[in-house]
Design a protein around this ligand. Structure first.
Ligand code: NAP
Length: 269
């Protein structure tokens, strides 16, 4: 009975923001498992290159150009995927951007751009695919949230605000769509080495800080996230919806004291 619990073979997976980083790692993993994967992004060359890695899979990965900044483009993309594949079983919302600076320095345009892609874009993509899933009476949506979903980090406040919004979107859509057989969950990754973050992690102080704050004492890799994504897209998680699963090496489990070794601060009177 448990043999097929995590089987995603022949399912149709749409990965928004799948040309590189976390989205691409997930796309590749699903394709390796025999799923039919369609990745999206803005840059066609990057999409073509990403698809090339899957030429030997049962279903090579295919792509659509889709900028989540545009509602019309999203709707056309989803319509096109359904016209070709007949259905969408899983949507992974990974398209996202960030800009790091103190809160006082963001311009209104910079704030809007982050919200526009990370929150509005994810919502419109979820909505367009949600309509398809409601009609077919089944489906999974997986949003890529963040460590800053639960606790804002300094110098990325609009990003943290967008991700906090995404977590409420996850729970809210799960509430509305459960009765249609559509599950909506999120993965909140910790610090993962990708194009989005590599400049930051080239700094030695940052790496030392990361080691202290992450119990598993290593940087997350994109492959660390794919098991959870496959789990959330499969029958193994059939009774899970509206949840944000933290895959962060324990970074949000608690806080360390800033000094090493044993110490006694008991006040004896
Ligand atoms: P990445 O390597 O920069 O990849 C981002 C992907 O999103 C690319 O495929 C990019 O393709 C696409 N994208 C960006 N803007 C888009 C738009 N307007 N429309 C459609 N696609 C767009 O980033 P990543 O590190 O993999 O991050 C992926 C997701 O994970 C993001 O939502 C991020 O917030 C989240 N996350 C990352 C980390 C981390 O440590 N890396 C941690 C927590 C959460 P194009 O540029 O060609 O459009």
């Amino acid at each position: 009975m448990s043999a097929n619990l995590f089987n995603v073979e022949d399912t149709i997976i749409l990965v928004s923001g799948g040309s590189r980083g976390i989205g691409f790692a997930m796309a590749e993993a699903f394709a390796e498992q025999g799923a039919q994967v369609i990745i999206t992004g803005r840059n066609e060359d990057a999409l073509i290159e990403a698809c090339e890695s899957s030429e030997n899979f049962r279903y090579p990965i295919t792509y659509r150009i889709c900028d989540v900044a545009s509602e019309a483009v999203i709707n056309a993309c989803v319509e096109d995927v359904v016209a070709e594949h007949g259905r969408i079983d899983t949507l992974i919302n990974s398209a996202g951007i960030n800009k790091r600076m103190p809160a006082v320095e963001y311009t209104a345009d910079e704030f809007d751009q982050i919200m526009h892609i990370n929150l509005r874009g994810a919502f419109l993509m979820s909505q367009a695919v949600g309509k398809v899933m409601i009609k077919q009476g089944s489906g999974n949506q997986i949003n890529i949230d963040s460590l800053s979903t639960h606790m804002p980090l300094t110098q990325i406040l609009p990003y943290a605000m967008s991700k906090a919004g995404l977590s409420n979107m996850t729970r809210g859509l799960a509430l509305e769509w459960g009765k249609h057989g559509v599950r909506v969950n999120a993965i909140a990754p910790g610090f993962i080495l990708t194009d989005l973050t590599q400049k930051m992690w080239a700094n030695e102080n940052m790496l030392a800080w990361h080691k202290v704050t992450t119990p598993l004492e290593r940087m997350g890799q994109v492959d660390d996230l794919v098991g959870t994504a496959i789990f959330l897209a499969s029958a193994g998680s059939a009774f899970i919806t509206g949840q944000i699963i933290r895959v962060d090496g324990g970074a949000t489990a608690g806080t360390h004291w800033p000094i090493a070794g044993n110490f006694d601060v008991t006040h004896n009177t």
